[in-house]
Design a binder for this molecule. Structure first.
Ligand code: ARG
Length: 468
């Protein structure tokens, strides 16, 4: 066992005035967040600049100090972006790293930046600014995925395939129509992120530690400068709320769930047993033992990574549950989840868009699959309703009996002869054969939102207008 867990280092220069010695090694270790939160640097500097400008405008600090702070922060931004900044773990987090460096650069004026501010309102502000940008980035990525889906849907507005329920052949549909279902889902995902953004885009800054400040600050000024919709109304809520991050993670999880469903379909479609699509060399991997393999790993990983998004959401929800107001260090755990979920979702969306662009529909295989599963049985029942005025429940029963004959003969409904069908119900005429062909079945589904190729073509156009 290591003997010396306590490092005899100095107290923290930023908050250790009443401390005689520094933290135990393990204390510093569990407390340190800079490896994660350094990603906030640009937003932290942006918020500090707005805060300093407001302090100067309100004569809370001198104009000269204000200018020095601006200059120093600009220099630090350059240093970080140029890879010249050394983040120190001893300084705990990104905020103290930047403030400490500011002191090196401009001297004592640096100490005035933290007037009327606490790290509690600072970090909440930074994360909200970061998330606002992240949401914009995710929106653009999702839109790009919709475009890829719409391009394929446009190509395949008339391509027939079996539609499934319970993964059993149900009714014929078009491939384009199926892809458009995902365009709609992703449209709602984008809407969820936009909704979340409304609550992300409120400013905690000026709440200070939790109670507000006695300095005559102007929170409307900083809010405006940072592009927030408004300053948050309650200082305690401002520093302790993380529902904005949870909402983002929930939206990410739901979007991931949609991507995982698509990924699962890609896995199924690309399996030779289905063979509905082919993925090229670019989106499959081989096996180290089986020379014939083309595994859809990207789809499988998209499917799997959804768990990680839900993990992030669950983690933060559990961190927040039961936390008393206001700020607690527990909340420092928020950023790792938000960052990881953002990166994960970006990867998933980009890989999915890549697969959508890459995949090639095997229209022959789709057509062949239409021959199994008596896929036009509903059309036969509907025909009985329309042509012979049979109530639908009875038509369903009659059709069931006809399916049984086809099953025993091992042939499709359209391959049965009229006599066999007439034996079940004398009202059936040769006209029935027109609806037993999948292309006619599909063509007839012209109800709003239906799968008829003419409608799908229009739906692609409408979706392009709505989403792109
Ligand atoms: N690194 C901290 C976080 O991410 C910043 C806020 C610390 N506040 C405090 N009172 N120690 O939550």
């Amino acid at each position: 066992m290591a003997k010396k867990t306590v490092r005899k280092n100095k107290p923290n220069p930023l908050w250790g005035g009443h401390y005689a010695s520094g933290p135990a090694g393990i204390m510093a270790e569990i407390n340190c967040s800079v490896d994660i939160d350094r990603r906030l640097y640009a937003h932290d500097i942006k918020a500090s600049k707005a805060h300093a400008a407001m302090l100067a405008a309100k004569n809370i600090i001198s104009k000269k100090d204000g200018q020095d702070i601006q200059r120093g922060l600009d220099k630090i931004l350059q240093e970080i972006e140029g890879g010249k900044f050394k983040f120190s773990r001893a300084l705990e987090d990104v905020h103290m790293n930047i403030e400490s460096r500011l002191k090196d650069v401009i001297g004592d004026a640096a100490g005035r930046l933290h007037t009327a501010r606490s790290r509690n309102d600072q970090v909440a502000t930074d994360l909200r600014l970061w998330l606002r940008d992240a949401i914009n980035g995710i929106d653009a990525a999702l839109k790009n995925l919709q475009k890829a889906l719409l391009d394929q849907a446009g190509k395949h507005s008339g391509t027939l395939m079996p539609g499934f329920t319970h993964l059993q052949p149900a009714q014929p549909i078009t491939f384009g129509h199926h892809l458009l279902a995902y365009v709609e889902m992703i449209g709602r995902d984008r809407g969820r992120f936009q909704d979340a953004k409304k609550r992300v885009n409120e400013m905690p800054l000026g709440a200070a530690a939790l109670a507000g400040t006695s300095f005559p600050i102007d929170r409307n000024m900083t809010s405006k400068a940072l592009g927030f919709d408004r300053p948050m109304a309650n200082s305690i809520d401002a520093v302790s709320a993380r529902d904005f991050a949870l909402e983002f993670l929930a939206a990410a999880t739901i979007a991931g769930m949609h991507l995982s469903r698509f990924a699962e379909e890609v896995v199924i479609w690309a399996s030779p047993a289905f063979g509905f699509i082919k993925l090229s060399d670019a989106f499959t991997t081989g096996s180290s033992i089986m020379p014939q393999k083309r595994n859809p790993d990207a789809a499988e990983l998209v499917r799997a990574k959804t768990g990680r998004l839900l993990g992030a959401f669950t983690t933060l929800l559990v961190v927040m549950k039961g936390l008393p107001l206001a700020y607690g260090k527990d909340m420092q755990e928020d950023k790792e989840q938000v960052f990881d979920a953002t990166d994960t979702l970006h990867l998933m969306v980009a890989a999915t868009a890549g697969m959508v662009r890459d995949m090639k529909a095997d229209t022959g295989a789709m057509e062949k699959a239409l021959a199994t599963g008596f896929i036009t049985a509903t059309d036969l029942a509907d025909w009985l309703v329309r042509a012979a005025n049979v109530p639908f429940r009875d038509a369903h029963h009659i059709t069931g009996k006809i399916v049984r004959i086809a099953e025993s003969r091992k042939c499709g409904l359209d391959k049965l002869n009229l006599q066999d069908m007439k034996k079940i119900d004398a009202r059936i005429t040769k006209d029935v054969f027109s609806v037993l062909r999948p292309e006619n079945a599909v063509k007839s589904r012209t109800s709003l939102g239906g799968t008829a190729p003419a409608l799908v073509k229009e739906a692609v156009k409408a979706a392009k207008k709505k989403f792109l």
